[in-house]
Every structure is written in structure tokens, then in C-alpha cells.
Design a protein around this ligand. Sequence first.
Ligand code: NI
Ligand code: MN
Length: 225
Amino acid sequence: MKTTYYGQSAIMIETEGKKLLFDPFISPNPAAGHINIHDLEPDYILVSHGHGDHVADLLAIQRDSDAKVICIAEIGAWLNKQGIDNVHAMNIGGNFNFDFGRVKMVNAVHSSTMPDGAAGGNPAGFVIYSEGKKVYYAGDTALTYDMKLLEDENLDWAFLPMGDNYTMGVDDAIKATRFINCQNIIGMHYDTFPVITINKDEAMEKFIKAGINLKLPSIGESLDL
Ligand code: NI
Ligand code: MN
């Protein structure tokens, strides 16, 4: 299993020969100017919620690739209205087995409105079960005690937001690692806008002190999970 970071909360996971793209916000991000969204060609696009910094390139990439979009029911209905039918709608707490493995949609504490003002349902996170690994993608969320529900999953990796202001900051993300019982974290949702700028050296030091492995990949960088 391999992941590539595309800035903000946009990541690709490659597993079982499939490409899963999460929360595509790439072309409006000046720091991701070297990434061409037309080269991504995902098989699936997973959408955590409707905010622009998670869906800016959703329609363009879906129309390019005809990827199946995995999202909450309200975003699925919104996509149908945009003429996109290759949608797999889920809701919080539900599991479904895809050809790459299982997806569970989990709670996130945030808000969700589509770029055109339509309601986006509840915000969500995902747990991916594939190639014998378990990976949590938190989406945009506050620290929430619901994360404790993942304690017994033996997660291998977790993608956690840590830019503060709109989501958890670094200190709450470290608390979240205890709730979810996961030692390997990839940070996201930081540095894209002035209000979510973090001190990366300080964040690394805090995670080291907490005994947790933190990766902050640069945009375009890939890691084995
Ligand atoms: Ni958001
Ligand atoms: Mn966001």
C-alpha cells in the first residue's frame, strides 16, 4: 500500500491495484502547482465533506476518470444533480466491501456545505481495510471522544488534520493518537492558508516527545504504508 500527498487533505492511496483519491483540492493550491490533476486518474474518489478545500477538483477529476465517488448520501445526491451517476453513497457507521477492500464511514465533528451552498449532510471520516492493513482518514474534525471507537481496530496508519482553527491542532491531534490507539500518523490540513500555518519542527518535536511517528510529506511525495 502506497500513499501520495497532494497538499491540504488531498491524498492518494494505491492498494490492490486501485487508486483511491481523497478530498481533491489541488488546482487552487499554489503549493501544489506542480501536480497536474489530469494525470491522477483515480478509480475511486472518497469525499469527507463538501467544503471547497476538499472538493474543488472533484467534478473535473471525476469527469476525467469516471472514478466512483464514495461519499455521504447528501453529497451523492448533489453529485447526481451535477450529472454524475457513478456514486456510492454511504452514511456514518456503515461498511461496504469494494474490490480493493472494505470502507467504513465514521463520524467527524465539523460542518459540511457544498460550494454552491447546498447542504452536504454530516461530515465524515473513513477507515480503509485493504491488503491486511487498516488506515483511518479523519477528514476535517475536532478531537472527539468518538475516536475512542477505533481504539480496538489496531490501526496501522492515520491521516489526521492538525492545522488548528478549522480542525484539531497539533496538541489535540496527539490526544487523538491516544484515542485511536495508532502510532503512525500522517499530518494534513495545515499550511495551505495563513490561519492554519503550523511550526512543523515544533510539531515533529511534540510527536517525538509523545512517542508517536509523525510524517509530514511534501506535496507530491509518496510513502509506503
Ligand atoms: Ni472543512
Ligand atoms: Mn477543510
